[in-house]
Design a protein around this ligand. Structure first.
Ligand SMILES: CSCCC(=O)/C(O)=C/O
Ligand SMILES: [Fe+2]
Ligand code: NI
Length: 236
C-alpha cells in the first residue's frame, strides 16, 4: 500500500522525532537531576566551614607510599580548596549504610545506581600487589570516582592546578567524589585495610588512564570546568 505521506513529510517527521528524543534525553533529564539535587538539603556535600576532613600538601620524599608524607611544618589543605578542584565530600553513618536515608537520597539525586564493596588488604583483595600498584599510578577516569569508606582508612591523592599533590585522609564514613578528568591515585595507609563502597552511574567502567592524558576529552572537560574559574580568580 502506498504511503499517504510524501518522502519530504516523512523526513521532516523523522527530524522532529529526533529533536524530541534529544530534548527528552538531555535537557529534561539533566535539569530534573539538577533541580532535585538543589532541592534536597540532606544531599548537599558537607560545607567547607564545618566539615571534619584532614588533607595536606605532600612532601617530596620517596619513602613508603603508605606513610602520611606531611610537609614539615604541616601544610593543611582546606575543603574549600578541594572544592575548587571539584572534589566533593560527605561524612555519613557507615555503620548503618544499608538503611541510611541520607546515602539513599544522595544515590537518588546523583543517579548512583550501581554499588559494590571492595575489601582492600593483603589477604582479601585478589591480585593485591598488582592492584595496589595500579591504584597508585597517577591517572584519570572518564567518569567521576565515587568512593565511600565503610571501614578502615586510606589516602586519595589529587593534583592541584600547580601540579602539587594533596593527600586526603579518608576514614570510615567518608564519601568522596573525585571529578572526571582529575589526576589522582589511591594508597592504603600503614593499617593496610580499607573496606569501600564503589558507586557509579549505570554500568561501571573502572579503566584508569595513566598520565599523561592532556589530549583526553575528560581531561579537557575537567580543565574547562574547574581550572578556568581558578585562573579567572587569580587574574581578577
Ligand atoms: C578505595 S577504592 C580503591 C581505589 C580505586 O578504586 C581507584 O579507582 C583508585 O583510583
Ligand atoms: Fe581510580
Ligand atoms: Ni581513580
Amino acid at each position: 500500500m502506498a504511503s499517504e505521506f510524501t518522502p519530504e513529510e516523512l523526513a521532516l517527521a523523522q527530524v522532529w522525532q529526533n529533536l524530541i528524543l534529544f530534548y527528552k534525553d538531555t535537557v529534561i533529564s539533566r535539569y530534573s537531576m539538577i533541580a532535585s539535587a538543589d532541592h534536597c538539603p540532606t544531599c548537599q556535600p558537607d560545607a567547607p566551614e564545618t566539615a571534619k576532613i584532614d588533607a595536606w600538601y605532600m612532601d617530596d620524599s620517596t619513602d613508603d607510599q603508605r606513610l602520611p608524607h606531611r610537609r614539615n611544618p604541616n601544610e593543611p589543605c582546606s575543603l574549600a580548596k578541594l572544592r575548587e578542584l571539584g572534589v566533593l565530600y560527605w561524612k555519613l553513618d557507615a555503620d548503618n549504610h544499608e538503611t541510611d536515608p541520607r546515602l539513599a537520597a544522595i544515590r537518588k539525586v546523583y543517579n548512583y545506581s550501581y554499588t559494590e564493596i571492595v575489601n582492600i588488604s593483603p589477604t582479601t583483595l585478589p591480585g593485591y600487589d598488582e592492584k595496589i600498584k595500579m591504584f597508585y599510578e597517577e591517572h584519570i577516569h572518564a567518569d567521576d570516582e565515587i568512593r565511600y569508606v565503610l571501614d578502615g582508612s586510606g589516602y586519595f591523592d589529587v593534583r592541584d592546578f600547580e601540579d602539587r599533590w594533596i593527600r586526603i585522609d579518608c576514614r570510615k564514613g567518608d564519601l568522596i567524589v573525585l571529578p572526571e578528568g582529575i589526576y589522582h591515585r589511591f594508597t592504603l595507609d600503614t593499617n593496610n585495610y580499607t573496606k569501600a563502597m564503589r558507586l557509579f552511574v549505570g554500568a561501571p567502567v573502572w579503566t584508569p588512564h595513566n598520565r599523561p592524558q592532556e589530549e583526553h576529552p575528560s581531561r579537557s572537560k575537567y580543565l574547562d570546568k574547574f581550572a578556568r574559574g581558578a585562573e579567572a580568580a587569580v587574574s581578577a
